[in-house]
Write a protein that binds this ligand. Structure first.
Ligand SMILES: *[C@@H]1O[C@H](CO)[C@@H](O)[C@H](O)[C@H]1NC(C)=O
Ligand SMILES: *[C@@H]1O[C@H](CO)[C@@H](O)[C@H](O)[C@H]1NC(C)=O
Ligand SMILES: *[C@@H]1O[C@H](CO)[C@@H](O)[C@H](O)[C@H]1NC(C)=O
Length: 385
């Protein structure tokens, strides 16, 4: 209690009282949660770090990617959950942290054309700020960078098809992921900074999303809109689209007190479990246990982990034990399946295929390790073991 009060006072001195909600949920697990999944997560984090290039501050081989920002976010999460400081360097010398800590960074030239990629960077910067604050360091450079990015992407909203953010700066496609992220950034950003502009944006983007037609009769979000008709384009219902809308609605519910938003989120979460699984385990449509030469691409390899991570964030925002209870078996089952079906015990690598034993179809990359790490973390926090 005394420690908690000291921490509140410390936040007050930084003028960051609004951050308590999000951060308090990331206290170390200690005796609660699932220790077996936490062990798996710690092993996955060690393996992920073996891919990390200290000089470039990246996991990816060529140039920084949105998947790197997700890996960095997961690494902050494991440090926050376990109390470990093993990967502190990622919050200081990763490509993203370096840019945030450099006051001279020109974000409009640093960022690429993809508004969804920029929003992954924001989520990662927020977690770096949480980690730094928890360790008594200054979170403000990360938060300032995130605010700047938020302003840059917000400028890409217009009335074409009744509203919505454009996927890229080229303004040729409006899709689900970019707008689901904008819902999350706006609502969770409001919980952090109490800025009414963020809350207004969150309400506006949800009204637009729910009337956009992108959620189909099964309760799943398709990829985006057909620009001739402004109707659902019927493209793939990727798992991550079903997770991001839940964390966004959870945050908006926490911001407004409107619990019906949680029921809206669960329509899509439950549809994922009903329709995007095999053997009760998440399966991307591109996941194949045998090598048929048409596997998931570099983006798609990480989607399932994003679903689990954003279910975890949803449960945090919802903060209701019966909702945790509803999903805890499912989260534990994902963690167990990853351990039994997807993990190479010799190397520690985690592959892309979770739903069945691999028969040469599973892909192994830092992205698939990241995906597994996110699922183990979610199970460590909310699993049923
Ligand atoms: C609130 O957020 C908007 C949009 O990012 C920004 O323009 C404005 O300056 C912020 N207001 C305050 C008081 O920080
Ligand atoms: C988009 O909608 C138009 C009008 O309904 C239709 O003719 C066209 O085939 C659709 N395009 C795609 C790529 O589905
Ligand atoms: C597991 O990893 C080891 C060490 O990298 C490798 O030699 C082996 O081929 C891998 N096993 C499978 C089934 O991929």
């Amino acid at each position: 209690m005394a420690e908690f009060l000291a921490w509140v006072l410390y936040l007050a001195t930084l003028g960051l009282g609004g951050s308590i909600f999000v951060s308090a949920a990331f206290l170390p697990i200690q005796d609660r949660g699932c220790s077996q999944s936490l062990d798996h997560a710690l092993a996955a984090a060690r393996r992920l770090h073996s891919y990390y290039d200290k000089d470039r501050g990246m996991y990816s081989e060529n140039y920084y990617q949105w998947t790197d920002s997700n890996a960095l976010e997961d690494v902050q999460n494991i440090m926050l959950l376990s109390g470990s400081d093993a990967y502190t360097e990622t919050s200081e010398t990763s490509y993203l942290a370096r840019a945030a800590l450099d006051p001279g960074t020109d974000w409009s030239s640093w960022l690429g054309k993809y508004n969804d990629d920029t929003q992954w960077h924001v989520l990662s910067l927020w977690r770096m700020s949480d980690y730094k604050r928890r360790r008594g360091a200054d979170p403000r450079p990360y938060l300032a960078a995130a605010e700047r990015m938020y302003d840059i992407i917000s400028a890409h909203w217009d009335d074409e098809c009744g509203g919505g953010l454009w996927w890229t700066t080229e303004h040729a496609y409006k899709n689900a992921i970019t707008n689901e992220q904008f819902l999350l950034l706006s609502a969770a950003g409001y919980l952090r900074n109490h800025n009414q502009t963020y809350l207004g944006n969150a309400k506006t983007v949800w009204q637009w999303l729910r009337h956009s037609g992108m959620r189909n009769h099964r309760g799943l979000f398709n990829d985006g809109l057909n620009f001739t008709s402004c109707h659902n384009n019927g493209q793939t219902t990727w798992t991550y689209n079903q997770g991001l809308v839940a964390s966004g609605l959870g945050a908006l519910s926490a911001a407004t007190g409107d619990k019906t938003l949680l029921d809206e989120a669960e329509i899509t979460l439950d549809a994922t479990i009903a329709h995007l699984t095999t053997n009760g385990i998440l399966r991307e449509t591109c996941d194949k246990d045998t090598n048929e030469g048409k596997n998931c691409d570099g983006d798609q390899q990480i989607f399932k982990g994003l679903w689990t991570k954003h279910l975890m964030y949803y449960l945090e925002f919802a903060n209701e034990p019966h909702r945790v209870q509803k999903y805890s078996q499912f989260l534990s089952a994902q963690s167990a399946a990853i351990h039994h079906h997807a993990t190479n015990i010799t190397s520690g690598d985690i592959g892309s295929v979770w739903y069945t034993p691999n028969q040469a179809g599973s892909i192994f990359s830092y992205k698939t390790v990241t995906s597994g790490l996110a699922a183990h973390i979610a199970a460590a926090k909310y699993g049923a073991c």
